[in-house]
Write a protein that binds this ligand. Structure first.
Ligand code: ZN
Length: 57
C-alpha cells in the first residue's frame, strides 16, 4: 500500500520514500498541532520555514 500526501502550497502529490520518509518536509505552525506537508520543489523555492509559513495564510 502506497500512501500519498499532497503539498499544502502547490497541491502536488508527494511520494513517500522508504521508512515513511517524505520527499519534502513537514511544517508545523507554532501553537497549532496541524501538520503541513511541503513538497521538495516548494521547499527549494522558499528560503526557510518562515517563508513557507507565509504561503500558508
Ligand atoms: Zn509544493
Amino acid at each position: 500500500m502506497v500512501m500519498s500526501t499532497k503539498c499544502t502550497i502547490c497541491n502536488t502529490e508527494i511520494k513517500e520514500l522508504f521508512l515513511g520518509k517524505l520527499k519534502g518536509t513537514i511544517i508545523k505552525k507554532s501553537g497549532n498541532s496541524k501538520q503541513y506537508p511541503i513538497c521538495f520543489s516548494c521547499q527549494k523555492k522558499f528560503q526557510g520555514k518562515e517563508e513557507i509559513l507565509e504561503q500558508l495564510k
